[in-house]
Design a protein around this ligand. Structure first.
Ligand code: DC
Length: 227
């Protein structure tokens, strides 16, 4: 087990609305790790598809994905797509609707995974998103799979959208999440699933802080145990 301070990789996986982004961001701040929001990268390339009116599996989109530059700033809070801040655009309902279709294209995944692994090789990180524990960082020092009921996840997503002044009903968010879960779990390439050696945490009845504390305790106890 590696120590925090030497290079460490924590990978967090789980379905939409399981709280993984918020949890990962807070842990990054607490432990001083770089935060890698992998879903934001798939969302950014979905912006390219929408702007170019391109089909997810079109060669034009693939060429744009290969050529584009994606960068995180402000420890994951800001995402730059070809030097343009698209942090807000990647959270719009239009992107929510299209992103699962874009993220299931193997060629696009291949390019994004390469980029993620490069970032992971640069220092200690906490990385979050589908397939992070299984495909991107199969040798991560710590792997967690967060889950929660569909209704609870829809409520969380709704609160997040309301904060951004997006008008949408709980029923619509729940339908969107159910649809995305289905697409993410059944897609042929890198389907959403927990790695065999991941610690599974059901967060339905837990606050964000409780989940953060649980993960930090697990990581720090393992570090103490390794000394
Ligand atoms: O975590 P999120 O809701 O921001 O993810 C957006 C979409 O991207 C979602 O449909 C799952 C997909 N995704 C993926 O396929 N692989 C990842 N590593 C991260 C996200």
């Amino acid at each position: 087990m590696k120590k925090i301070g030497s290079q460490v990789t924590i990978a967090i996986d789980g379905p939409a609305g399981s709280g993984k982004s918020t949890v990962a961001r807070r842990i990054a701040e607490k432990l001083g790790l770089l935060y890698l929001d992998s879903g934001a990268m798939y969302r950014a390339v979905t912006v390219l598809a929408i702007r170019g009116k391109l089909a997810a599996d079109s060669p034009e989109l693939f060429e744009q994905v290969k050529a584009c530059h994606i960068e995180f700033q402000d420890n994951g809070k800001t995402i730059l797509l070809n030097a343009e801040d698209v942090s807000r655009q990647i959270r719009t309902p239009a992107v929510n609707r299209r992103v699962a279709d874009v993220a299931k294209i193997p060629e696009i995944r291949h390019e994004i995974v390469k980029h993620q692994q490069r970032i992971g090789g640069e220092g200690s990180i906490i990385a979050e998103g589908r397939d992070l524990t299984t495909i991107v960082f199969p040798n991560a020092d710590f792997k967690f799979y967060l889950d929660a009921s569909v209704t609870e996840r829809a409520k969380r997503r709704l609160a997040e959208l309301q904060r951004q002044n997006v008008e949408i009903t709980l029923a619509a968010v729940e339908a969107e999440i159910t649809d995305r879960d289905e697409k993410d779990k059944t897609r042929a390439h890198s389907p959403l699933r927990a790695a065999d050696d991941a610690i599974i945490l059901d967060t339905t009845d837990k606050t964000i802080n409780e989940v953060v504390d649980l993960i930090v305790a697990t990581v720090c106890n393992a570090e103490i145990g390794s000394k």
